[in-house]
Design a protein around this ligand. Structure first.
Ligand SMILES: Cc1ncc(COP(=O)(O)O)c(C=O)c1O
Length: 386
């Protein structure tokens, strides 16, 4: 069988750059000890990669204080830390219909068990939320605005700078879920008025699974909703208040952090904007080709300005899952079907029953992958709707 054509980079990037595999392998063989917590040289050296990556990620997002960059297991973990550490019973939260379950579910639990009220702002027919809608949604008890920067269903990138400006004016903390955008588009926390940024390491930052983080702005306090070992001040019973320890618990995922470090280094060596331009060229080609196939509909993709390389489509009359199964079984093309963990997007698109077929590009995709996908979709559409 032909080799796999991987178009599921919206879920996780695959493959990673060779340098990521090599760096992780060397690191774990040579530095697989507890980082920094014991006084011996190797432990200190291992702790240094954690601190170097903390500094690298802080620079990457133009944060001001690397101690406020905390590592977590992924962005779901980071978003839970932020949401549960800020919102109190009876508070009001503003989010959007574009949110992933990593935000929807923590918020749902707060509404179910803690009397929290959430407003989900809709997106327009092109897939963008309006900053002004946030202004009118703020209430006296609004304690958090959370926005998905880049949609993992339709690929639209939200105007976070303008939304953040309104949050500043209203004095409401602004949390951005950058799971899809970190490593694809430049994120400048200061310039974009972002108070808290959640990222995951295994998508466009090209690191492995199991590592992510949160950057917490200077003026923002997040309660620790967990407690445990930090490796410092061990006699103290109360969990440490100071960052990064406040939001870090237990032995760090050092090998994941090392992979993230190597991923970001590779990204910077290639130029993030070059990779993004490459992925957008492939997305345009895919959109144009799909639009020319009878019975195929693309969602929110007429104009790909302000998008990342993630595209959703359907063959009219067909369940997305069937299309994905044929793409996989008959053409060896991997993509994602269904609701992509973002059910409210589909409710608004009218695709909540069967979802969509989603294709997402990474740095190692090329034109031949798009050609193969287009040929496959054309054949499947002709076959199923014959
Ligand atoms: C927009 C968005 N938010 C959050 C997540 C959760 O990421 P992770 O599974 O790495 O926690 C994803 C992953 O698909 C995503 O696309």
């Amino acid at each position: 069988m032909d080799s796999l054509i991987y178009l599921d980079n919206g879920a996780t990037s695959f493959p990673k750059p060779e340098s990521v595999y090599g760096f992780m392998n060397d690191f774990y063989r040579n530095n697989g000890v507890s980082p920094g917590r014991s006084g011996y040289d190797l432990s200190i050296e291992t702790g240094n990669i954690v601190e170097d990556t903390r500094k690298a990620m802080t620079r990457f997002f133009n944060g001001q204080d690397h101690n406020r960059l905390v590592f977590s297991a992924n962005s779901t973990d980071a978003l839970n830390l932020a949401i549960n550490g800020i919102v109190n019973p009876g508070d009001h939260v503003i989010a959007t219909a574009l949110e992933h379950n990593a935000v929807l579910r923590p918020l749902h639990h707060l509404t179910q068990y803690h009397g929290v009220e959430v407003d989900y702002l809709p997106f327009d027919e092109k897939g963008f939320v309006s900053p002004e809608d946030f202004r009118s949604a703020v209430k006296p008890n609004t304690t958090l605005v959370v926005v998905n920067h880049g949609s993992n269903v339709i690929g639209t990138v939200q105007p976070v700078k303008q939304i953040g400006q309104i949050c500043r004016e209203k004095n409401v903390p602004f949390l951005v879920d950058a799971s899809q955008t970190a490593g694809k588009v430049a994120i400048d926390i200061q310039e974009m008025n972002i108070d808290i940024l959640a990222f995951t390491g295994h998508k466009s930052l090209l690191g492995p699974t199991g590592i992510g983080g949160l950057y917490v702005g200077d003026n923002i306090e997040i309660r620790h909703t967990r407690a445990g070992g930090t490796g410092v001040k061990s006699a103290q019973r109360h969990h440490l208040e100071e960052y990064p320890y406040r939001l870090e618990y237990g032995t760090m995922n050092t090998v994941g952090i090392a992979g993230l470090f190597a991923g970001v280094q590779w990204l910077e060596s290639q130029g993030m904007e070059n990779i993004h331009a490459h992925e957008m060229a492939l997305t345009r080609k895919l959109r144009d080709g799909l639009s020319a196939i009878d019975d195929v509909v693309c969602y929110c993709a007429d104009d790909l300005a302000g998008h990342i390389g993630v595209l959703s489509f359907n063959i009219l009359g067909q369940e997305a899952l069937n299309v994905g199964t044929l793409l996989d079984g008959d053409y060896n093309i991997a993509c994602r079907t269904g609701l992509q963990c973002a059910p409210m997007v589909h409710e608004q698109l009218g695709t909540a029953t069967y979802g969509t077929v989603r294709m997402g590009f990474g740095p190692f995709n090329n034109d031949s992958h798009v050609d193969a996908a287009l040929e496959a979709v054309a054949e499947i559409a002709a076959f199923l709707n014959r």
